[in-house]
Every structure is written in C-alpha cells, then in structure tokens.
Ligand binder design. Structure first.
Ligand code: NAD
Ligand code: TYD
Length: 355
C-alpha cells in the first residue's frame, strides 16, 4: 500500500493499564483510519480484561513485550515502522517505588531510553514522527498551601517513583535537544475512574468499603491531590498528540483539589447511599495509619496552557466522575475479584501496620 494512503500506525505502550486502556479505546473509536498497536508486558497492573470490548477490532494489535529489553524493542520498531509513539508503560505506584526503587529505574528510565533509541531510527525516515511521553505532576515535588504547578515549575521529585519519571522526562527532552527527536511531554495530576488497579486511593477505598475493610488514611489525611477523570485525560492526550506543539510540555489537571480525608468522607457518604447502608456506616472504617515516607503535601495543576492553546477542559465534574466510577466498580465486581489477589493484600499488610 502507498505509505501516503496507508493508515497511520500508532504505538501505545502500557495500553493494558489504567490510563492506557482508555487511550487505546479512544484512539480506536475517534481515529478509525489508524492502526493502533498496544505494547504491554502485562505486569500486575496490566490487564487485558480492560480491553475486552475492543480486542477484536480490525485496526487493533496487542503485543506482549517488555520495554526494558532493548533488542526486542529495536526489532519491534523496525518491523512495524510506527508514525508515532504514545508512551505510558511504567511502574506507577509511589508505595511500591518506596519498597522497590530499582524496578522503577529499570522500567521508567531504562525502558524509556530504549524506546527513545528505537524512535530515533524511525524519525530519520519520517519527518512526521512524534514521541509523546505521558508523565506526572509529581516530578514537580510538593506545593505548600498556596500556588499551582505550571510548565515552568522546576523539577523537584521526592519519591523514587517521581524521581524515575523526572529522569525519563529529562531523557525525552535530551533526545530532542541532542538528536533532534520530535517530542512532546505532558504532566498530569492524579487520575481516577474505571479500570484503576485498587492499590490507588479511590479504587482501594471503594473496594474496601464494599468489603467492609479498614480505609487506611496515611498520617492525618491532611494531604491534597488534584483529581482528574481518566476519560478527560485520554481526551487531552488525543488532543495534545494531534495538535500540540513539538518540543513543548503541557500540564493537565482538573482544577479539582481535595484533601485525602475530605475525599474519604465524601466517598463514605456516596458509598453508604449506593449500598443502602445507614449514614455514617462507612465512616467507621476510617483508620489512620503510619504516614508514607516522603509524603508530598499538595499537588495542584495550572492547566491554563492546554486550555488556551488547545481548548481542552475537563468534561465531567468531580461529583459526576465519582458517581460513574463507583457505579463501574459495582457493575464490575468480577474484574475487581480478579485483580484483588491474596498476594496484593499481603503486600499492604506488610507495608502499613495500623497505628
Ligand atoms: P498502570 O500501572 O495502571 O499501567 C502501567 C502499564 O504499563 C501496565 O499495563 C503494565 O503492564 C505496563 N508495563 C509496566 N512495565 C512494563 C514494561 N517493562 N514493559 C511494557 N509494559 C510495562 O499505570 P497508569 O496509572 O495507567 O499510568 C500510565 C502512565 O501515566 C504512567 O507513565 C504514569 O506515570 C502516568 N501517569 C499516571 C497518573 C495516574 O494518576 N495514574 C497520573 C499522571 C501520569
Ligand atoms: P495514590 O492514589 O497512591 O496516588 P499518589 O501517591 O500518586 O498521589 O495516593 C493518593 C493520596 O492518598 C496520597 O496522598 C497518599 C494517600 N493514600 C492514603 O492515605 N491511603 C492509601 O491507602 C493510599 C493508597 C493512598
């Protein structure tokens, strides 16, 4: 087929994970002329059940593979000759990074550099090639009670997770400056929504409330996160990939700050209603536990650049997003059962004893 008329080949890494699976679905439905490839190692966080509804799509290909394997990555890239890469594959959980930082260096830093090296070859022969790195606002470190992260905020990561993501961002930028690789980076705030592995705050607490288990609030719960519904993030990624300026970074966030303890109270209220329990029942599950070491006090994103340049803003309110999320976890108890293994619960018991 003539290259000009052939469908665009887009590689998404980490497409079996939480955000990646929403992005794969979005690209397949919004850009029907694309061939979408999903490269994922299927770690504990990768789950093909997330993509059950689209796995037979004619323009979708899943490949199981590890981005830390440079030989495999190079062969894979030269076989398929992608027009663009949207890179999400990562170790993504801060608590795991505290107990096993090396895995984060391997996947997030080395894995990213392997993809960058393979991309250089493709960019040589394709002026339209783009490497788009999906990153986090955690690279900026912690805010005090005031202020917002913007695109010029200095990097100041505090956890092994954020240090590994900061490092991978720096490598992406360095490949742009040194070798001329066309790239974009976006740094997003905390996501929530369907298909999130129940180790992160919102799905963990929904799952624990359903099962009448303690809700482990770290420290005094006086920590702030800026929450964004995952489908709004997928929409922003789609927009940045197609309309963003090369060599730029974009901050993505929901202008939606919540203290952990207030969010926990809200979840308890909504879940009591959903479960038909007496008001105040779920609150009794709140358990203050030992704080996370190096716990960042506050994250909050100034998303005005992406709003002004690309017209993006979140489409759902937090109340709508939380309701959709809670409904999804209720309707997908089988999914929840499959991902909540005994090992996973043991891991948490070891990490955080109650005070
Ligand atoms: P996730 O943990 O749900 O999914 C990560 C995916 O990467 C999994 O499918 C996993 O199997 C795959 N993976 C891990 N190691 C791999 C390897 N060596 N080779 C190939 N695949 C591998 O993560 P997520 O929450 O969907 O986050 C996706 C990306 O977005 C990450 O880069 C993360 O840093 C970034 N991000 C996440 C959030 C958030 O709130 N979840 C916010 C901002 C940015
Ligand atoms: P998390 O979902 O792990 O995301 P991140 O650390 O990347 O922001 O945690 C969100 C916030 O909730 C963070 O301040 C840590 C806190 N937290 C708890 O208090 N208890 C928990 O069991 C978890 C998982 C998180």
């Amino acid at each position: 087929m003539d290259k000009k008329n052939s469908p665009k080949k887009i590689l998404i890494t980490g497409g079996a994970g939480f955000i990646g699976s929403h992005l794969v679905r979005r690209l397949l439905t919004q850009h029907k002329d694309y061939q979408v490839f999903n490269l994922d190692a299927l770690t504990y966080a990768g789950n093909l059940e997330n993509l059950k509804d689209i796995e037979e799509a004619p323009n979708y290909t899943f490949v199981k593979g590890d981005i830390t394997d440079a030989g495999f990555v190079n062969d894979f890239f030269s076989q398929f000759n992608f027009d663009g890469v949207i890179h999400l594959a990562a170790e993504s959980h801060v608590d795991r990074s505290i107990s096993d930082p090396v895995s984060f260096v391997r996947t997030n830093v080395l894995g990213t550099v392997n993809l960058l090296n393979a991309s250089l070859q493709l960019a040589k022969n394709n002026t339209g090639f783009l490497f788009y790195h999906i990153s986090t606002d955690e690279v900026f470190g912690s805010l005090g009670q005031e202020g917002l992260f913007n695109e010029s905020t200095a990097y100041d990561p505090n956890s092994p997770y954020s240090a590994s993501k900061a490092s991978s961002d720096h490598f992406v930028r360095a490949y742009g400056e040194t070798y001329g690789l066309p790239y974009i980076i976006s740094n997003c705030s905390n996501n929530y929504g369907p298909n999130q592995f129940p180790e992160k705050l919102i799905p963990l607490f929904i799952n624990n409330i359903i099962k009448n288990k303690p809700l482990p609030v770290y420290g005094d719960g006086d920590y702030t996160r800026d929450w964004l519904y995952v489908k709004d993030h997928a929409e922003a990624i789609d927009l940045v990939f197609h309309k963003g300026r090369k060599g730029e970074t974009y901050n993505i966030g929901g202008f939606n700050e919540w203290k952990n303890i207030e969010l926990t109270h809200l979840l308890c209220r909504l879940m009591d209603i959903k479960l038909g329990r007496k008001e105040g029942t779920s609150e009794k599950l709140i358990t203050f536990v030992k704080d996370r070491p190096g716990h960042d006090l506050r994250y909050a994103i100034d998303a005005s650049k992406i709003n002004k340049e690309l017209g993006w803003k979140p489409s759902v309110t937090f109340e709508e997003g939380l309701e959709k999320t809670i409904d999804w976890y209720f309707e997908n108890q089988e999914w929840l059962g499959h991902v909540t293994s005994g090992d996973y619960l043991e891991y948490y018991k070891k990490q955080y004893q109650t005070q």
